[in-house]
Design a protein around this ligand. Structure first.
Ligand code: IPM
Ligand code: MN
Length: 368
């Protein structure tokens, strides 16, 4: 299979972990006879510095022509005091909108043997396996106009959702539940927000089309509590943009580190953008210590969702599990014992495992 992949490293550790994804994909290409070509473009702070805009047209055009896009992370203190339109995050929101990537899938599954790295009790997180389906191109993130009035003493952020925007993401939630354990939790704030009332009505209307899915409605505050007190009760959670953003960071503690969580952002045509849930981590950027696993697992999601290469995606996930099982971990994972490694070493271990699997000779036998 021949595919064109656009890489958007972005800022901070994004620049480091994107190389890890590339190395792992090269290992896959080599072992499974695929041709992946990579083309790198600027986004976020890096693009502001070079071109004076967080999302140059050349980046948008390249993404539109690509088979899939991998993104590292954007943001950093350097650009924190920039005006809103010149913030790195604008680049990320802009590319999501430009490609109409309305469906953001964030799978959260604890890796066995790492459960004790979670600050939650092992018996609470054990067996958790959930998917957050987050609406990604509407809501408060895209309200117009977002502005300051009254000499900066009052502010306006608008929350707009159309029926069509809600319907398409709710459908994604139901379909994901059908492919999983048949349970959908719709999260809203219908006791307060008009947008949530429409959201809930639409979920109720759609129920009949998916008789094999059991649906429940949970208010977002209660959902936040249930996520960490009883995460195993969830299968698929479908929710709007801001709630999904907050709940997915919260859910990351189940896996022990935000550095483990991948995500896929999809549009109707299957062109996807794949990125870790974590940010640019300026505090550790450039030190070679970032956890590349979320980025590598995002590349696996790309193989599965955009290229239908399920076996290859599974091999990457198995490799990550094997390396973790062998006791290797980056510094973000708080485990008392184990072997602490940096970004490059972690990446090499995963890539070597992939090569050793297919060649059925264990190149990395010293490790596994
Ligand atoms: C995420 C991030 C982004 C978001 C930021 C960087 C704009 O937190 O992908 O979850 O809020 O969507
Ligand atoms: Mn977030």
């Amino acid at each position: 299979m021949k595919k064109r992949i656009v890489l958007l490293p972005g800022d901070g550790i994004g620049k480091e972990v994107i190389n890890s994804a590339k190395d792992v994909l090269n290992a896959i290409a080599e072992e499974y006879n695929h041709t992946f070509s990579f083309e790198s473009h600027e986004i976020g702070g890096a693009a502001i510095d070079l071109y004076g805009t967080p999302l140059p047209e050349t980046t948008v055009d390249a993404c539109k022509q690509a088979d899939a896009v991998l993104l590292g992370a954007v943001g950093g203190p350097k650009w924190d005091s920039n005006p809103s339109h010149l913030r790195p995050e604008r680049g990320l929101l802009g590319i999501r909108k430009a490609l109409d990537l309305y469906a953001n899938l964030r799978p959260i599954k604890g890796f066995k043997n790492l459960l004790h790295a979670s600050p939650l009790k092992e018996e609470v997180v054990s067996g958790s396996d959930l998917l957050i389906v987050r609406e990604l191109t509407g809501g408060l993130y895209f309200g117009t106009p977002s502005e300051r009035r009254d000499n900066g003493n009052s502010v306006v952020d608008t929350l707009v959702y159309s029926r069509q925007e809600i319907e398409r993401i709710v459908d994604k939630g139901f379909q994901a539940a059908q492919q999983r354990r048949g349970h959908l939790t719709s999260v809203d704030k219908a006791n307060v927000l008009e947008s949530s009332k429409l959201w809930r009505e639409i979920v109720e209307e759609k129920k009949a089309q998916y008789p094999d899915v059991a649906v429940e409605h949970v208010l977002v505050d209660a959902a936040a509590m249930k996520l960490i007190t009883n995460p195993t009760q969830f299968d698929v959670i479908v929710t709007e943009n801001l709630f999904g953003d907050i709940l997915s960071d919260e859910a990351s503690v189940i896996t022990g580190s935000l550095g483990m969580l991948p995500s896929a952002s999809l549009n109707e045509n299957g062109v996807g953008l794949y990125e870790p849930v974590h940010g640019s981590a300026p505090d550790i950027a450039g030190k070679g210590v970032a956890n590349p696993v979320a980025m590598i697992l995002s590349a696996a999601l790309m193989l599965r969702y955009s290229f239908q290469l399920n076996d290859e995606a599974n091999v990457i996930e198995d490799a990550v599990q094997a390396v973790l099982d062998a006791g290797f971990h980056t510094g973000d994972i708080q485990v008392p014992e184990g072997r602490l490694v940096g970004t490059a070493e972690m990446t090499k271990l995963i890539a070597d495992y992939i090569k050793s699997q297919n060649a059925s000779k264990c190149i990395a036998s010293c490790y596994f």
